[in-house]
Design a protein around this ligand. Structure first.
Ligand SMILES: [Zn+2]
Length: 189
């Protein structure tokens, strides 16, 4: 029996919105409160460090890097108060049920991820978790074109705006992303 009140908190937004910074802030508070927690991230995200969450301003926390969502279950035990999952959109869809079960089991679940891809389309995992979450934090970046709040990530390949049909991974191309508002975000079909 578990008498603790579980919940799902989700942090979403485009790239450069400070999602990692916000998740790190919540991790620091769990640490101060002497809570027991586990931090997970998908193995594909090698942005800075394999076994850490690192924000763009270089704050960091240790994280367990996993390939499959159900690997989370191996690390769990009854003492764990909170489970934190970064870049949740990159996991397989089992992650949704795992988050639900953890929250039902009295754990505080904190997930963070992109709500939209570079085309402005919803990521399925984040959109379902947005429905199921008790607490939603939607962050914005600053649009690089006009300075208004940015909700989207513009993808640029070899200096050109990426097309809607461009593959998600372009081998050998120089690629970057820019935060853009709805008005400045361009979709070329
Ligand atoms: Zn703009």
């Amino acid at each position: 029996m578990n008498d603790k009140n579980g919940s799902i908190e989700i942090i979403v937004g485009p790239m450069f919105a400070g999602k990692s910074e916000e998740i790190l802030r919540r991790i620091r508070r769990l640490k101060y409160a002497k809570k027991k927690y586990l931090v997970f991230k998908p193995k594909i995200d090698n942005r800075y460090e394999e076994n850490k969450i690192v924000s763009h301003i270089k704050n960091e926390a240790d994280a367990i890097s996993i390939k499959q969502a159900n690997e989370i279950l191996k690390f769990l035990n009854d003492d764990i108060d909170a489970v934190i999952i970064d870049e949740v959109q990159f996991f397989d869809e089992n992650i949704i049920e795992i988050c639900e079960n953890l929250a039902n089991d009295g754990k505080r679940v904190i997930v963070s991820g992109l709500d939209m891809d570079f085309r402005g389309e919803a990521f399925k995992i984040t959109s379902i978790l947005l429905c199921k979450a008790e607490v939603i934090t939607k962050l914005t970046a600053i649009c690089l074109k006009c300075g208004n709040p940015a909700t989207r990530s513009q993808r640029i390949i070899n200096g050109q705006i990426a097309k809607y049909s461009d593959p998600i991974i372009c081998v050998g191309a120089s690629e970057k992303y820019e935060p853009r508002c709805r008005k400045c975000h361009i979709i070329i079909r």
